[in-house]
Design a protein around this ligand. Structure first.
Ligand code: 13P
Length: 258
């Protein structure tokens, strides 16, 4: 298996830095002992309040060089009066390399529009950080591919082909996210069909050449059992893991199977 991205989106967990340290110590220990010879790019995206501590742990532990730091959001502006926001330059000072943008929990629970997602995406790129752009339909109905196409066009509006090729794109159908009622994982085959729809918009509408298409990840109820099925497909470059990324034994299983 080629090098795959394993992105841990901790969301609003764990509840204390002590738990975060424990989780990282467990990953460190088991990564060294059990996932030797495994090729993966591990990206940890903790809540903002833990970024500083996690950054120090990643740079001073054996995880140094084995895991990168990601943020879960970014301010629209780099400087100025933006109560409650965290800017790109602030993230960079903490050694953040990736930023999640367009996550459905921000789109649907907080009300971030495609326009806001698009502006944040441009801010991430302007700060020379790598965006992990989340897209996905809310419901799997007859129109879902149309919804997806429109979301992609709006999310990437005004970006050059070169900029789009610098992103990671996570196809994360909202109905598959484990915290949503009745959630169940997509199948690798059907996730791949959606990824092809996204690729078509990027090549036809955004003028990307096929060879410059960015890596595509799958997210939504990824667990220790199904991760390898998604990761075994050449077209799926990684997984974006929510709930299972803070269940330490399960997360190590995902890494072992990647
Ligand atoms: P789950 O893995 O808990 O379904 O969450 C997916 C997700 O939202 C990752 O960004």
């Amino acid at each position: 298996m080629t090098n795959k991205y394993i992105v841990a989106n901790w969301k609003m967990s764990p509840t204390s830095i002590a738990e975060a340290e424990d989780l990282l110590a467990y990953i460190d220990e088991h990564l060294q002992n059990e996932t030797e010879n495994k090729e993966h790019s591990l990206i940890i995206c903790p809540p903002f309040v833990f970024l500083d501590d996690v950054s120090k742990i990643l740079s001073t532990s054996r995880l140094s060089g084995q895991a990168e730091l990601g943020a879960q959001d970014i301010a629209l502006a780099d400087f100025g009066a933006w109560t409650g926001e965290i800017s790109g330059p602030m993230l960079k000072r903490l050694n953040v390399k990736y930023v999640i943008v367009g996550h459905s929990e921000r789109r649907w629970k907080i009300g971030e529009s495609d326009e806001v997602v698009n502006k944040k995406l441009k801010t991430i790129l302007a700060n020379e950080l790598t965006p992990i752009v989340c897209v996905g339909e809310r419901e799997r109905n007859n129109n879902f591919q149309e919804f997806l196409k429109n979301q992609i066009k709006a999310t990437f509006a005004g970006l050059s082909a070169d900029d789009i090729s610098k992103c990671l794109i996570a196809y994360e159908p909202v109905w598959a996210i484990s915290s949503n009622p009745g959630a169940y994982p997509d199948t690798p085959e059907s996730a791949l069909e959606s990824i092809f729809v996204i690729q078509e918009v990027l090549t036809v509408n955004c003028k990307l050449e096929t060879r410059n298409l960015p890596p595509f990840l799958y997210g939504g109820s990824v667990n220790a059992t199904n991760a390898k099925d998604f990761l075994s497909l050449n077209e799926i470059a990684g997984v974006l893991v929510g709930g299972a990324s803070v269940r330490k034994e399960e997360f190590i299983q995902i890494l072992k199977n990647s």
